[in-house]
Design a protein around this ligand. Structure first.
Ligand code: SF4
Ligand code: SF4
Ligand code: SF4
Length: 254
């Protein structure tokens, strides 16, 4: 499968919140979509006011080389061949390294949960694998959030800029920044709030995070290994307890 991508076109967006509503409904999150002002463990996307009455969506950029995945000590975040960067709640240690590493401040933590982990948009990977569009792209009535193969999405973005050069700022945010992203943006003006400040450059961030990780004292690395061991033992103990409570498994070797 060719890598997929989402294009958000700020000029076409009317701020109707249907994308936010569709995402919340898909995940069973409660609340008024029009009141969602920031990302949270129960809001994987939101609308943020921009200057001149424009609105911009915030959601995971699904980086081509994701810094979040590069720092996760247990491989709970993974870049899939389809494009989405997905997370595995069963693996997440709750160390929150990914929150520190993400250049766009995307991952959110379940502060209210007794077994907290990190949450974020997964680009509706299950729907993509069923041949469907992400729920937000399907819900958008104005072609402001569109989905497709990454190369087609780039071609569509270039087409829109070419067709209306006076309306669009001539730049596709996310085409090359930090090695490219799988959620890209068109805007009428240079937009710093998208997080694509020039300072990020075009080099993938994992190389930088790897250099930083090399400098982390061994004691912290050992601490990470210890946490991983504790996590594995606790998980195994829970699995054994579950198995022992199941009459079908009684007396079986495990
Ligand atoms: S935007 Fe942040 S959370 Fe999303 S893939 Fe990139 S580094 Fe990871
Ligand atoms: S791609 Fe899916 S999870 Fe991500 S914001 Fe859209 S509806 Fe929500
Ligand atoms: S559904 Fe489309 S037009 Fe409505 S807020 Fe979302 S991106 Fe904008």
């Amino acid at each position: 499968m060719k890598p997929k991508a989402i294009l958000f076109d700020m000029i076409n967006c009317g701020g109707c919140s249907r994308c936010v509503k569709a995402c919340m409904e898909l995940h069973g999150f409660k609340g008024d979509p029009e009141q969602v002002k920031d990302l949270s463990a129960t809001a994987y996307t939101c609308l943020v006011p921009e200057k001149e009455d424009y609105t911009v969506r915030n959601l995971c950029r699904h980086c081509v080389s994701p810094a979040c995945a590069s720092v996760c000590p247990v491989g709970a975040l993974v870049k899939t061949e389809e494009g989405p960067v997905v997370w595995d709640g069963d693996r997440c240690l709750g160390c929150r390294y990914c929150m520190v590493a993400c250049p766009f401040s995307i991952p959110r933590y379940e502060w209210d949960s007794t077994v907290p982990c990190v949450r974020k948009c997964d680009m509706c990977i299950d729907r993509i694998r069923e041949g469907k569009k992400p729920a937000c792209a399907e819900a958008c009535p104005h072609d402001a959030t569109v989905f497709g193969d990454r190369d087609e999405i780039l071609a569509e973005a270039r087409r829109r800029i070419r067709k209306s050069p006076k309306e669009y700022y001539d730049h596709i945010y996310g085409e090359t920044e930090i090695g490219g992203t799988s959620v890209m943006f068109l805007a009428p003006f240079p937009v710093e709030s998208l997080g694509f400040k020039k300072i990020l450059g075009t080099d993938p961030l994992p190389a930088l995070t790897a250099n930083v990780l090399k400098k982390i004292p061994t004691v912290l690395v050992c601490g990470g290994a210890a946490l991983l061991a504790i996590w594995w033992i606790t998980k195994r103990r829970d699995e054994v307890a579950l198995a022992e409570s199941n009459p079908r498994w009684k007396g079986m070797n495990r």
